[in-house]
Write a new protein. Structure first.
Length: 209
């Protein structure tokens, strides 16, 4: 596996992913599991944030501490990526949140950006792009293309479930982007869905099945 690709092996993440896959999980259960998995993965994906030394006045004296120096931007790909935002915000309350929306042109089959709003000074931020599924990789590649065009340089991509085809496409298109996956599944089917996967993440998050 590419050194830029990180597949989670924490028992809690693996346990919760199994629960999330269950076709009988309610919308409430599914949302909560997405939040919990994203929270655990957020901990793993931010372990290399740059720190500086900082002195802190405690009730008993001065403590030598640390502070995160690089500001973080969280950018969900609409709409399913929204289900992962609150988890990352609970870890990094000072993070700024952008949004990017894409659709595929029926004639050209190319991704088209219909919405993109990013925090200021995006070029100086650690950007974490969120999408529960990495299937063909088309949406992730396009979203990162658009974000880079706005000046972002330090980008990570986080997904809950990935297909090998999506990982290959994304690493080839953006070899500088680190990918964090909860699990890597077997393959894509003829319709571009991950197998065994979990179905349509957006529909299951928002009850539009």
């Amino acid at each position: 596996m590419n050194e830029k690709v990180h597949v989670m092996d924490h028992p809690l993440i693996l346990h919760k992913i199994s629960m999330m896959r269950d076709k009988d999980a309610t919308v409430k259960d599914f949302r909560e599991l997405v939040y919990e998995i994203a929270l655990l993965m957020g901990y793993e994906s931010t372990r290399d944030l740059t720190l500086i030394d900082k002195e802190v006045q405690t009730p008993m004296g001065i403590a030598k501490g640390k502070a995160i120096v690089k500001q973080v931007a969280i950018v969900p790909i609409l709409r399913a990526g929204l289900g992962m935002v609150d988890a990352l915000m609970s870890l990094i309350p000072a993070a700024k949140v952008g949004h990017i929306g894409l659709y595929r042109d029926h004639e050209t089959l190319e991704p088209v950006e219909y919405y993109c709003k990013l925090p200021p000074e995006i070029e100086n931020r650690q950007v974490i792009v969120l999408d529960p599924m990495l299937a063909t990789g088309g949406s992730a590649i396009a979203a990162i293309n658009f974000i880079k065009k706005r000046g972002a340089k330090n980008i990570k991509f986080m997904c809950l479930i990935a297909a090998p085809e999506g990982i290959k496409s994304l690493t080839e298109a953006h070899p500088d982007v680190e990918i964090y996956c909860g699990a890597v599944d077997e393959k894509l089917n003829e319709n571009g869905y991950i197998v065994p996967g979990l179905g349509d993440a957006g529909d299951r998050l928002f009850g539009t099945v």
